[in-house]
Write a protein that binds this ligand. Sequence first.
Ligand SMILES: O=C(O)CCC(=O)C(=O)O
Length: 263
Amino acid sequence: MNSQTDVDFYKENGYLLVKGVFNQAEVEEMREAIESIILRAARAKKDNNHAWQGDYLPPEQLRKLVLKGFHDVHYHDASFLRALAHPNMTAVLTQLIGPNVHLHHSKMLVKPPENGAAFPMHQDYPYFPHELHTMLAASVHLDRADEENGCLRVIPGSHKQGNLPHVGAHYLNHKEFPIAEGLACPADAGDVLFFNYLTIHGSDTNRSERTRRNVLFQYKDPSDMPTQNTHFDWGMGLMVAGHNPNFEKVKPDYTIRQTSAGA
Ligand SMILES: O=C(O)CCC(=O)C(=O)O
């Protein structure tokens, strides 16, 4: 990361791709962890398909799509706890968010070959609105991602538009915001795409013969308070950099919800 230039780019565009945050061995460890989670979920009969539903694709196409997605991955495998507080990760986070950073939630998103699910364009803001908009996602790539296997797409600068109306609080009008019009952000295994929770983003179907595995960590400044009591995840509030200035507000007082791969 090239310090001020990259911070300015993030502020202007609402996203930033940082190359080589994780090395090959770390990537391999997380890949193995993901495979093991998928196996354990199947054994526990909790491996539901988490592909997003809606009208953004014809029903016959939508029916075929598969997303293996689970929240709270750092409660399933220690490799993710190491990754979410990795010094290379916190070095970027402290520049994009500020000296104090804590975790909001973690999840994995595995798009299997040929029918890996698309994500219609959306902002993450409606899922967990906060006062100061410091919230950002760090999407860790565990495979080469490109247009063919459904890499992430963003609309540069869209975070400046603020909160936009989502269809059923889920995604943006797909006719106004087609997935194909998002800027494709190809990345290699070990790279991390950072994007603000107001940045419009999504991804297309995996049409390739390759799996696309990503792990996503969502972070924010601990002083940035939620405006709604929504989206509780285990580990929320874990400090990954600096300190929490609010002595009495370190543990979220939220209701536990059913987890799925939704944002
Ligand atoms: O990883 C992807 O392809 C999209 C994920 C996403 O949009 C989200 O989790 O909000």
